[in-house]
Design a protein around this ligand. Sequence first.
Ligand code: GCU
Length: 381
Amino acid sequence: MKLMNPDYRGRTVPDLFTCSDGTPVTSKEVWEKKRRPEILEMFRNQEYGCLPDMSDAKTMIRLADSRCDGTFMGGQAIRRTVEIETERKGIHFSFTFVLFIPASAKKASPCFLMIGNRGIANADPARHFMSSFWPAEMIVSRGYATAVVLTQDLAPDYDEGFTTRFHKLFPEYTGEQRPGNAWGAISAWSWGCSRIMDYLETDPLIDARHVCVVGHSRGGKTALWTLAQDQRFFMAASSCAGNSGDALARGSTGETIAQITGRFPYWFCKNYRQYAHNENSMPFDQHMLLALAAPRLLYTTSRTFDNWANQKGQFDSAVLASEVYERIYGLTGLESKTMPKPETPLHKGMIGYHMKTGEHNLDEYNWNLILDFADMHGMQG
Ligand code: GCU
C-alpha cells in the first residue's frame, strides 16, 4: 500500500492514487466515488472547515435592480444588482453582488465571478474607479459577463469571533463551543460564491454552464475551494494563491502553515492548526485540492518576486494534479512539467499556468491570458 509518493522533486507527498484504506485508484469510478469524496472531506474537516447544517435556514434571491442607461460602461453593459438573504431562527443575513452583462450579446453570456478582496475601489459598480484588478470593461468587451462580490460583505476579514455577517446565523458556534472542524472565513466566502451560482442558473442572459470563479491570493484560495466543492463551476482562475491555496505546504520556501494560521486563524477551521510546524504529518497537501478540479478547467499564476507564495510549490502542485487529468480522464493537465520562463504561458492543457514578472498582484495582463485560455478551451460555448 502506497500512501505516500516519495521523492517527488525532493518532497514526499501523499499519493493521489491510494485511498486511505489502501484501495488503489485504478478507474474513474474509484476516483469519483471513493477517493475524490474522501479528499474533499479531508479539506473540509482539517483545513477550510465544514459549513453548518443549514436545513433550518431559508435563502431568498431577489433581483433588486437591472439597468443599461449609459451612465456606466457607455451603455455597453446591463448592470444587475442582486440581493441574497438567508434567514435562520429569526436571524437575517443578506449580501448583494453586481453583475455586468454584455448588452449586445446574441445568446446567453458565459461569466467570470470575481471574489473581491480589495474593497469597493477595485470593484466599483458605478465604474467611477477603474482598476486592473477587476477590469470589468475589458471582460465585457471580450463577450463575457462578469460579477463581483466583496469578501467583506460575506464574512469579515479579521478575527471577530465568528459573530457577524454569515457567521451570525449560527450563534451556537461561537466561543469555546466552536467545533474543531467548523468553517473558517474561506468556507463562508465560498458559500457566497455558490449562492451567486444559484442566481446565475436562473438568469436567462447568463450561460450558467460556463462560469469561472476568479480570485487573487486569499481570494485565489477561495476560488480553488469553490471549484473543488461546487461542480457547477466550469473553471477557476487563481492568482498567487500560495500557501493553503495552490502551493504545496511541504517543503515551502515561502509562507508556512504556522505563519498563516498565526496571522489568519479565522480563515480556517481550528483543526488545521495541528499542522503548524508539522506539515509532514498531513494526510493531504494542496496538489489534492487542485486535483479536485479535474476534469474541469483550472488556471493558476505566479509572480517572479512573490516568494511568499512559493512559486515552485505552486507549479509542482499543478504538475502533481495533472496526473489525475491524465490517468483518470485521459486529458492533458499542464502541457509541460518544466516551470516556464516569465511571460511564457502554458495554455494547451486543461490546467493553464503563467508566471509574470513583478510583485504579488492580479492585473489586466493576467486577465487577458485567463480570458485567452477560457476562449481556447470553449468557455464561449
Ligand atoms: C497574506 C497571507 C497570504 C495571502 C495574502 C493575500 O500575505 O500571508 O497567504 O495570500 O495575504 O491575500 O494577499
